[in-house]
Design a protein around this ligand. Structure first.
Ligand code: PSV
Ligand code: MN
Length: 430
């Protein structure tokens, strides 16, 4: 697989770290042996884990107040793919990129596919965008898109989603993720029922154009940009719509799109039970849809989500095929570093959840031993699985410590000349 960095660079980095990692790995394997856990099979599972990076995540994000551009930001999808390739080369967990249209639109998408192939990348779910107006567009989305009161605006938004399916076919994707910003800012502004009826009728048209082997993911969000009501505001509405649309429609969970303190892992369990879990946009937050790095604020919540996912995986839950994706905005960090950290953080939660002894947990549950049930989960979460993650990367050709290895290349400085600053010190959330 062609790489951005030379194998030599990674080898050299790994040579300096290897002895320490092997030592830690051996110590952990002895601890696991006492608990009857086979470290080799856990390491194999870690090697197989993968999560898609968002094409929009490799650019520097911003808030509605300001955006502070980073050095040598990627200016188009081709350059974004190069940065995504680095993330995958060093971490070995992100072989897929989830694109966003029209942000990633170019005249000839087959060139994008060729570039991705050359970099050893493929494409995850296609994201449509009817939350911004595009240049030359006939109808504005100021008052909505798929649910707009004006039929022609709805038709335009439907057409964009159909275009996205066509783009996805060229890129080899197999699903479309639809998040709409439609909602209202004032009581009385919008008729809740009419808006949802329009949504269903627009989505039905999109659904009917899905290729047989495609799925459609409905992404909900409680608020923002609409501040009084949002049409697809929670997982209940999302799953109701998915059920109305049919077997190819699923509910997507973006970690930042819930009311504070909502039990997200329980929503995940419900969606699995009713075969409607599309997958995830992983990120973390303190206050709202902060789009912070995965696991940076609530790592235990992320673990508990994976506790449900691993439970479903191990019991062979019917129809269980979640798409894992990151959706973050990197405002103050190098996006490559944040995405590497985040992908590894999600992988960590997965590996920790594999340490839960399901039979033991069931025994605690059946005997109403709340304390030991909780302690059992906690002890899996508190296990430092870093040596397993490092070994998985080493075994698959990645870097033992991706951030240190990346920093040693001075990547941004080295390409600054070929990637002059893009316009846009202005505001903008991505
Ligand atoms: C909306 O907040 C969202 O989570 C959707 O997934 C968008 O596609 C993405 O962020 C980028 O704006
Ligand atoms: Mn999202």
């Amino acid at each position: 697989m062609p790489k951005i960095f030379t194998a030599n660079l990674i080898d050299e980095h790994n040579r300096s770290q290897r002895i320490a990692v092997e030592d830690d790995y051996d110590a952990l394997s002895r601890k696991f042996a006492r608990q009857n856990i086979d470290i080799a099979s856990i390491t194999k599972a870690a090697e197989k884990f993968s999560i898609a990076v968002p094409s929009w995540g490799v650019g520097t994000g911003g808030t509605r107040f300001a955006r502070f551009p980073g050095l040598a930001e990627p200016r188009n999808i081709m350059e974004k793919l190069e940065d995504c390739a680095i993330i995958n080369q060093l971490t070995c967990v992100t072989p897929e990129v989830s694109p966003h249209f029209p942000w990633d639109k170019v005249d000839d998408l087959s060139e994008v596919k060729d570039k991705a192939d050359a970099l050893g990348l493929s494409f995850a779910s296609i994201n449509s965008n009817t939350f911004q107006d595009q240049e030359g567009q006939d109808h504005s989305y100021k008052y909505g898109s798929l649910t707009h009161v004006d039929k022609e605006t709805r038709t335009q938004a439907i057409a964009h989603n159909l275009d996205c399916i066509e783009y996805g076919k060229i890129l080899g994707a197999k699903s479309l993720t639809v998040w709409i910003a439609d909602g209202s800012n004032f009581p009385g502004q919008s008729n809740f029922t009419h808006a949802l009826e329009s949504y269903l009728s627009s989505m039905r048209e999109i659904y009917n154009h899905l290729p047989d082997d495609w799925r459609i993911f409905i992404e909900h969000k409680m608020f923002e940009p609409a501040f009084y009501s949002t049409v697809i505001q929670d997982w209940g509405t999302s799953v109701l719509c998915a059920q109305e649309l049919g077997d190819k429609a699923y509910s997507l969970v973006d970690l930042g799109h819930h009311a504070p303190n909502v039990n997200i892992e329980m929503i995940v369990a419900r969606l699995i039970q009713f075969k409607k879990l599309a997958g995830f946009h992983f990120n973390d937050s303190k206050y709202g849809d902060d789009d912070l790095d995965s696991g940076s604020i609530h790592p235990y919540q992320q673990f508990l989500v994976f506790n449900e996912l691993v439970d479903a995986e191990q019991r062979g839950a019917e129809g269980f095929d979640p798409a894992y994706m990151l959706d973050q905005s990197h405002n103050v960090t190098d996006p490559i570093e944040s995405l590497m950290n985040s992908a590894m953080s999600v992988q960590r939660s997965y590996v920790q959840a594999l340490l839960v002894n399901r039979d033991k947990l069931k025994d605690y549950q059946m005997s109403n031993d709340a304390l030991m049930a909780s302690n059992h989960l906690k002890s899996a979460f508190e296990t430092d699985v870093s040596p397993i993650l490092a070994m998985a990367r080493f075994n698959t050709g990645g870097a033992i410590d991706p951030i240190t290895c990346y920093r040693s290349t001075n990547y941004r400085q080295s390409i600054a000349n070929t990637r002059p600053a893009i316009a846009g010190g202005g505001s903008g959330i991505v």
